[in-house]
Design a protein around this ligand. Structure first.
Ligand code: ATR
Length: 292
């Protein structure tokens, strides 16, 4: 890497950021494409308004945003795109003449993971496990893909209901072609009652994340028999207990590493106005797989 006076600076803000893999991903893409830019972590602790103003004054071209700022950062921006607005979270800021503009590439990244694995949600029965920020992003991605039904399963049902209300409002405003009856909520303890089979399930909680590797959000065997495809947003460990249970019941399971790579690729594309070739994204994926 040859850093000079013209090198464009990008980075990630969050707290903590010590374990982020984003610099490895972005710097690899820049190197592979011969683009003169560098991406660094910024541990952001303090007044968010000052942090954003400082980054803008210094001409930082693009910023990724992680925990705990994905929602609060929205107040500091000149605007956000429709999906980020609907989800209520931003993970990508782009420098513009008037200030930073926000996007949500977590949603786009998950969409690209599904495309790359050849998974279509159209006409399918979809389950979202969890109702935090990650579940909300997954639910918004799903709603745009015309599933037959979408069930949000969460311990605190009110949070699932809250996502349902946002989804239905978004679907109404955007003619997303999903009816009120198609979107429902339930508690994990009632999952035995889930009708039918052939489900595509997204695991969007932290249950099962390293070092809590022996935990799984659902302990009902019947659910796994109904699940044809399981996507865990966790990527550490490589195979979670949730994924093992899906596979043991004859289903296919995927972790969240591709989503991580693709959310970075989508940010990179927004910032640079280019498309990152698939072979570069695949190389990044292989490197991270080895490094985790
Ligand atoms: P993120 O923004 O990363 O998605 P979050 O907002 O903390 O994280 O959301 C975590 C989700 O995992 C929530 O849906 C949470 O359930 P509650 O809404 O009931 O709190 C769920 N979750 C976390 N730990 C859990 C556990 N031990 N059992 C069941 N659900 C759990």
């Amino acid at each position: 890497m040859n850093i000079n006076g013209r090198t464009a600076v990008y980075g990630i803000i969050g707290n903590p950021v010590e374990h982020t893999m984003s610099p490895a991903i972005h710097n690899h893409i820049s190197q592979a494409l011969g683009i003169d830019s560098v991406y660094v972590p910024f541990r952001a602790d303090g007044n968010l308004e000052n942090i954003v103003k400082g980054l803008y004054s210094l001409g930082v071209r693009g910023i990724n945003v992680t925990v705990p700022y994905k929602t609060d950062i929205m107040r500091e921006l000149i605007g956000v795109d429709d999906v980020a607005g609907a989800v209520g979270a931003v993970n990508t800021l782009k420098y513009t003449e008037k200030g930073f503009y926000g996007y949500n590439t977590d949603v786009m990244g998950l969409e690209r993971e599904l495309e790359s694995e050849g998974i279509s949600l159209s006409g399918r029965h979809v389950v979202i496990l969890g109702a935090g920020g990650a579940a909300r992003a997954a639910a918004f991605m799903c709603i745009s893909k015309s599933p037959a039904t979408l069930t949000i399963v969460n311990r605190t049902r009110a949070k699932a209901e809250d996502i349902r209300a946002s989804l239905l409002a978004y679907a109404r405003d955007n003619n997303a072609g999903i009816t009120e009856d198609a979107v429902s909520t339930m508690e994990p303890s009632n999952i035995t009652g889930l009708p039918g089979s052939g489900y595509i399930a997204f695991q969007c909680t932290k249950v099962g994340l390293y070092p809590d590797v022996d935990s799984c959000i659902i302990n009902d065997e019947g659910f796994f028999e109904k699940t044809e495809t399981g996507i865990d947003l966790i990527y550490k460990p490589e195979t979670t207990l949730f994924m093992k249970r899906v596979m043991d019941s004859g289903g296919k399971a995927y972790n969240g590493l591709k989503m991580l790579v693709y959310q970075a690729v989508c940010s990179y594309e927004i910032w640079n106005g280019i498309s990152v070739p698939e072979n570069v994204a695949e190389d990044v994926y292989k490197i991270l797989k080895g490094e985790r």
